[in-house]
Design a protein around this ligand. Structure first.
Ligand code: SF4
Length: 617
């Protein structure tokens, strides 16, 4: 595409900065000198995708290699999509404005089930055949990575392979193997897939066949000898020495998380039973304070960002969090650099950390009690008491915070009307704390959000159905009625239909691919955005494919039934998940394994367990 063509397109769309490229730190290479072209594709708009850490890591890592050029693709907004279709222009990269179909490898980030039809749209707009079997020599290989790669079955026919676990470990090996295959003169596509199927962490879905007995999934059969069973996720055990970018691209427009990100550690051992990230990102691996201090300095120097987010699944669990904050504050003394802690537990210690890093406390804080009653918090293994929540909330208002955001989950297993009443009472108690803080000239707000529980693969609640759609709506209405009577409280909740669809695909199997293809053909677009989500379209897609979505959202397999994702291993043993499931229904908590002995979750290699072994009692 010429510069003039691009100019003509950008002149007709809203927010052209989404497609312009050439931001600060965007990589420019001479395509003539490139042997392997890698498309890094995020199936959502620029402002969402550019906030994603995984994409930044892979972009930096791939572009460090000679002969490899990694370029970015984001979903086009409706206006650009219309132009591309009308004028027959192929979806193009941000760096060199090259059509997607001209890349060797097209890698999608799989973060959210509702982005699945956006993937199909981007392949189609990019001139890449939708199904892997339709692709010929010369077409790109399509791969997927990210959390949902651990149950990608609904997407299986559209992908050549998936990368399970930490991409840093696998990417270089795939690129090396691809370069070799290309040098040998590109044999048939299957020859390449056979080569990479033996790389640990690679799952080639066409080498496996799901088996059914009537409606019931009964197992996965290997079609090739080289296909491992199970496929184990890869883990970057030495996070300290694992690549981390310092030249983050600085966008020309505001993005969702408009700041630099410093990843403190990976993994979480809190053991919340609904949380997929808590199981699939194990084990916990930390970077040292010295390493983080050094990285922080380079990132700020190369980007000029004024905010640095100390990011992890639960940042206050970083073993040297206080030392790290002090080291960073010392490093940035006299400079305009704010630190932020986005994911904290609702306890006074976590809040004191926020107070330490935020001089201006006029904003708010966010807590996620998840459930309103202690009984239900025990069921989900959320280790926070009402006293701690109230103490943290009081501390927040006293320190000058103007609002507190509270995240809850509705429809958790065993939830009763009494639990919802206790949720309302908890919010009321927090709201009443506002009276204690006298003399404030501004209104203090409590913002409550209740998402709907979605059972996720590889968690102890993978055997639980989602609550029925009508019942979810009834409970949302109940909370709405109750909470609107409280002063200074705002209540929001996402559409129950979106969570319902998420549940269908999160525990889905390969039969759902037909529904995705049909929904795409019917016009499904950016479904992750409520304004373009169309549930009626999905109902039609399920009807036309004669697949009952309720089966997937509401099925309750027996604990020893084969599950459609069990050929893909997160490393956590099934018997550990079964035990956690049993304990949930007894209301028994499981402690964090970093505080005490290893609990035997099944990981083959775990630095936490190793440290415990080496620590004299
Ligand atoms: S192997 Fe042991 S120490 Fe490591 S995450 Fe699992 S339970 Fe915790």
């Amino acid at each position: 595409m010429t510069g003039k063509d691009l100019h003509n397109i950008l002149a007709k769309v809203q927010k052209p900065a989404r497609y312009l490229g050439r931001e600060i730190n965007a990589v420019q290479k001479n395509p003539q000198k490139i042997k392997t072209r890698l498309a890094l594709v995020f199936p959502d708009l620029y402002e969402v995708g550019m906030s994603h850490l995984g994409l930044k890591i892979l972009y930096g890592l791939a572009n460090r290699q000679d002969g490899v050029y990694a370029e970015r693709f984001f979903a086009p907004a409706e206006d650009l999509e219309e132009i591309l279709r009308k004028e027959g222009i192929c979806l193009f990269s941000l760096e060199s404005h090259t059509p997607l179909q001209r890349f060797d490898l097209v890698g999608f980030t799989l973060q959210y089930e509702l982005s699945y039809t956006t993937i199909l749209k981007m392949l189609s707009l990019g001139g890449v055949p939708l199904r892997a079997v339709q692709r010929k020599v010369g077409d790109p290989f399509v791969l997927g990575g990210g959390p949902l790669a651990l149950n990608p079955e609904p997407l299986a026919p559209f992908f050549d392979f998936f990368v399970l676990g930490d991409g840093e470990e696998v990417l270089s090996e795939v690129l090396t193997e691809f370069a070799r295959w290309k040098e040998r003169g590109r044999g048939d596509r299957e020859a390449f897939l056979q080569e990479i199927a033996s790389i640990p962490g690679i799952y080639v879905p066409s080498f496996y066949e799901p088996l059914y007995d009537g409606d019931k999934f009964i197992g996965m059969r290997r079609l090739k000898e080289e296909a491992p069973l199970p496929v184990k996720k890869r883990v970057a055990l030495e996070l300290e020495n694992t690549f981390y970018p310092d030249s983050f691209i600085v966008p020309y427009m505001q993005i969702v998380h408009d700041r630099a990100i410093l990843e403190l550690f990976r993994g979480c051992t809190q053991g919340c039973r609904f949380c997929q990230a808590g199981y699939i990102y194990r084990p916990v691996r930390e970077r040292s304070v010295a390493k983080l201090r050094d990285l922080a300095g380079k990132i700020i120097q190369k980007t000029g960002w004024e905010e640095l987010s100390l990011s992890s699944l639960s940042s206050s669990d970083y073993s040297q969090i206080t030392e790290l904050i002090e080291a960073l504050q010392q490093k940035f003394t006299g400079r305009q650099v704010r630190l932020s802690l986005p994911s904290l537990r609702a306890d006074p210690f976590s809040l004191s950390l926020t107070d330490k890093v935020q001089k201006n406390r006029a904003g708010g804080v966010t807590f996620a009690p998840e459930a309103g009653s202690q009984r239900l918090r025990n069921v989900i293994n959320k280790k926070i008491t009402e006293e701690e929540i109230l103490a943290a909330a009081e501390q927040a208002f006293t320190a000058g915070r103007r609002h507190i955001k509270l995240y809850f989950m509705l429809g958790l297993p065993t939830e009763t009307e009494e639990d919802l009443r206790e949720l309302v009472q908890l919010v009321e108690k927090i709201s009443n704390l506002r009276q204690k803080v006298k003399g404030k000239k501004y209104p203090l707000q409590v913002m409550v959000s209740a998402s709907t529980f979605v059972p996720k693969a590889h968690t102890p609640f993978q055997w639980e159905p989602q609550l029925g759609l009508l019942e979810v709506k009834r409970r949302q209405q109940f909370l709405h009625e109750q909470l609107r009577q409280l002063k200074g409280v705002q209540f929001t909740w996402p559409a129950a239909e979106m969570s319902n669809l998420e549940a269908v695909f999160s525990r889905g199997d390969r039969r759902l691919a037909a529904v995705l293809e049909r929904a795409y053909a019917l016009g499904s677009g950016l479904e992750a955005w409520s304004e373009s989500f169309d549930f009626a379209l999905w109902e039609e897609a399920f009807n036309r494919e004669k697949i009952d979505s309720r089966f997937y959202a509401y099925y309750k397999p027996a604990l020893d039934d084969p599950l459609p994702w069990e050929h893909l291993s997160s490393g956590v043993a099934k018997k550990f998940l079964q035990e956690e499931y049993r304990k949930a229904f007894q209301g028994e908590m499981t402690r964090d394994c970093r505080q005490g002995d290893c609990l035997g979750c099944g990981l083959e290699e775990c630095p936490v367990r190793q440290v415990k072994k080496n620590t004299p009692l």
